[in-house]
Write a protein that binds this ligand. Structure first.
Ligand code: PLP
Length: 370
């Protein structure tokens, strides 16, 4: 069989970058003239705009998503040694934030249907030292927050993959005491470098987080507590301000791409396609399919110039950095099985229908060959 040539990168930032290039270049010119490189006006402007977009009281810009999550936990007054329940399938930063805030991450299994923290498993993991539940809205799908809320411990959200996602009327970022967003370039809202932000409707949490991101300062040289250098960079803030008005249309493009994948890949091979929970509008940070041998499919796609990734090849408890938590293979069977089966296909704002069709064609051809 003659293989159709196709080349689709896993992630192409060019379309979204071009959309704001002129605005950002003009903003950079103004920034260079002003010299307000740290805590320039774009930071507060972006924080106001993003809090409004999320529907929360406040946003505190940070240097990364990890900083946002670590500061969210600290500002919500996590105490040393307290436990935080995290999903066993997530990006390692979820756990890094907990340990770096002085807590102990306690993984619990995820649900097969939405890939997110399973409420029954989380409830079973609650103990005397449990302080927070930390659901991750993985791949752009809000976790079952109604079920998680009924467990008891307050929620802090890892919303780093879920800008604008909604489930049963609840919007990512509005559920917990605080929520962390990453503005890493590949996220649904991405800066031109590292950036992040936490959102909260608690004035106290916002005030503490603002101090923590800047050496614990409440006023210049008044240090209430030990802090960090974890501010949102002014240049990144002006990039984010330029991109924010495009985020809704970009999320719509992602949803349309997911819909096209769903129709083109329905019934192909042994694929399990992503099925959003009832009453939910995911923002499709990733389009993740399941298959028995994702590495073989990935290799076949790579030979045709199609980029894929695996989110994530190991559940966190089997990741080398966290084997010290002491959970062996078999501890979280759903997360372990999903980790063996997941493959993420290209999806990004500006991806064209012919690119999606080329990916789907290549996937079909892989299964046709047996
Ligand atoms: C990206 C991400 C983070 C951390 O973001 P950085 O900006 O890279 O620090 C945290 N949690 C999840 C689930 C993420 O996807």
């Amino acid at each position: 069989m003659v293989e159709t040539p196709a080349s689709v990168p896993f992630l192409d930032l060019a379309p979204s970058t071009e959309a704001v290039r002129a605005t950002v270049v003009a903003g950079l010119e103004r920034l260079l003239r002003s010299g307000a490189f740290v805590n320039g006006p774009a930071v507060a402007d972006f924080e106001k705009a993003y809090a409004r977009w999320c529907g929360t009281g406040d946003c505190v810009g940070t240097a990364s998503g990890l900083d946002a999550l670590r500061l969210a936990l600290l500002a919500a007054e996590l105490q040393p040694g307290e436990e935080v329940i995290v999903p066993a399938l997530t990006f390692v930063a979820t756990l890094e934030a907990v340990t770096q805030a002085g807590g102990r991450p306690v993984p619990a299994d995820v649900r097969e249907d939405d890939f997110c923290l399973d409420a029954a498993a989380a409830a079973a993991a609650v103990g005397e030292r449990t302080r927070f539940l930390l659901p991750v809205h993985l791949y752009g799908q809000v976790a079952d927050v109604a079920a998680l809320e009924s467990i008891g411990p307050p929620i802090v959200e890892d919303a780093c993959q879920a800008h604008g996602a909604v489930r049963e009327g609840r919007r990512a970022g509005t559920v917990g005491i605080a929520a962390a967003f990453s503005f890493y370039p590949g996220k649904n809202l991405g800066a031109f470098g590292d950036a992040g932000g936490l959102v909260t409707s608690s004035d106290e949490v916002a005030r503490r987080a603002r101090a923590l991101r800047e050496h614990g300062q409440t006023r210049k040289y008044v240090h209430a507590a030990e802090g960090y250098t974890a501010r949102l960079d002014t240049f990144q803030a002006l990039v984010l301000l330029a991109k924010l008005p495009l985020l809704d249309p970009w999320n719509t493009q992602r949803a349309e791409a997911a819909r096209l994948y769903n129709s083109l890949l329905d019934g192909v091979g042994d694929l399990v396609l992503p099925t959003p929970a009832a009453g939910s509008s995911p923002v499709w940070h990733l389009y993740v399919i399941r298959t028995a041998n994702p590495d073989a499919l990935a290799e076949s796609l790579a030979r045709r110039g199609i980029g894929t990734r695996r989110h994530y090849p190991d559940p966190v408890h089997l990741t080398e950095a966290y084997t010290r938590l002491g959970y062996g293979r078999g501890s979280f069977p759903v997360a372990e099985r999903l980790a063996q089966e997941v493959l993420s296909l290209p999806i990004f704002p500006g991806i064209r229908d012919d690119q999606l069709e080329a990916v789907a064609r290549a996937v079909r051809e892989y299964f046709d060959r047996g």
